[in-house]
Ligand binder design. Structure first.
Ligand code: HEM
Length: 173
């Protein structure tokens, strides 16, 4: 099975190895997409973690700021996955058998799952705020999933950093 996969990928591996411009472009695309997507995501996570909203409007603004980053972050994730797969399949024998590579993939999967949870929580928060705009200040009636959103932002920050570190280790091991 493993031999079949590597044999099928051999023409791509040979082509990639013989064309330095292509290999440079693929690695550059991987790092650029990571830089843009990770940078935007980490910036938004940090703003959310530092925010101390006291009114429904401030909660809404904090969740809306997070929501505004999703389009570009998702586009960058697509770029990361496509370029990452191009890198991995250019040397399948090395990567498919590397534990660090699989640890990176596992951490990346956690990052994606956390992103989905974050989108759900932020939509819940926005819905809850929309139903309570007449309240002046966060009172006992206002129960918002703020703690869960902060948890996801903290996890996102940490997971981006761990995937990046594992990426460097994979490339140099
Ligand atoms: C499906 C997702 C991904 C795949 C398949 C993938 C695959 C790879 C592979 C095979 C390499 C080794 C390239 C080489 O030979 O130099 C690599 C390098 C790297 N990746 Fe990823 N990656 C993915 C996602 C990510 C993410 C999300 C990040 C950042 C948070 C990331 C950051 C890096 C870094 C920093 C390097 C090191 C580049 C270098 O020093 O040459 N990767 N990736």
């Amino acid at each position: 099975m493993f031999e079949t996969i590597t044999a099928l990928l051999q023409p791509w591996a040979d082509y990639y190895a013989e064309h330095t411009t292509l290999s440079t472009a693929v690695l550059a695309a991987h790092l650029l997409a990571m830089f843009v997507g990770g940078g935007l995501a980490i910036g938004a996570d940090r703003r959310l973690l530092l925010a101390e909203p006291g009114t429904p409007e401030a909660y809404r603004a904090a969740a809306a700021d997070l929501q505004a980053q999703h389009g570009l972050v998702i586009a960058s994730l697509v770029g990361i996955v496509v370029s990452g797969l191009a890198l991995a399949t250019a040397d399948a024998e090395t990567y498919l058998t590397s534990r660090i590579y699989w640890a990176k993939m596992g951490t990346f999967a956690l990052l994606l799952l956390n992103g989905l949870r974050m989108r759900r929580t932020e939509a819940q928060l926005l819905r809850a705020v929309a139903n309570t705009t007449e309240l002046s200040v966060a009172g006992p009636q206002l129960t918002l999933p703020w703690g869960a959103l902060r948890q996801s932002a903290g996890a996102s920050f940490a997971l981006w950093c761990v995937v990046l570190l594992l990426g460097v280790v994979v490339a140099n091991s």
